[in-house]
Design a protein. Structure first.
Length: 119
């Protein structure tokens, strides 16, 4: 399979998960292409000052792999600075969020995998 960027489903999410600003979400795989193992494999692009609000995960985990920019990642009550090359994972029954604290877009790959037999 080959999918060109212009053929990938792209969404502009306003105030994503209660955050600020508009986040661009580019779906690299569609949920049905994840064979029941997960529900998201996408590039997220968060403009300077924008954020994805703190939100819970139940029945799945989510990993962020940062490609460009810098930000402040929240995992439950803890805060961590992140930059290109870093990886974060929120476990099942926990919550996380991210804010772009830099002056260029914060770009990262987001992967959500189910912890059980799939959904």
């Amino acid at each position: 399979m080959l999918r060109h960027r212009e053929d990938m489903k792209t969404y502009l999410m306003e105030n994503m998960r209660g955050g600020q600003g508009t986040v661009e979400v580019v779906h690299l795989l569609n949920p049905e292409e994840m064979l029941g193992k997960g529900r998201l494999f996408a590039e997220n692009i968060v403009p300077p000052g924008a954020s994805i609000g703190l939100h819970p995960h139940s029945g799945d985990i989510e990993a962020y792999y940062f490609l460009e920019g810098s930000g402040m990642y929240q995992n439950n009550e803890e805060f961590y600075p992140v930059k290109a090359g870093d990886l974060t994972v929120v476990d099942d029954q926990n919550q996380h969020g991210i804010t772009n604290t830099g002056d260029i877009p914060l770009r990262f790959i987001a992967l959500i995998l189910y912890t059980g037999e799939g959904k």
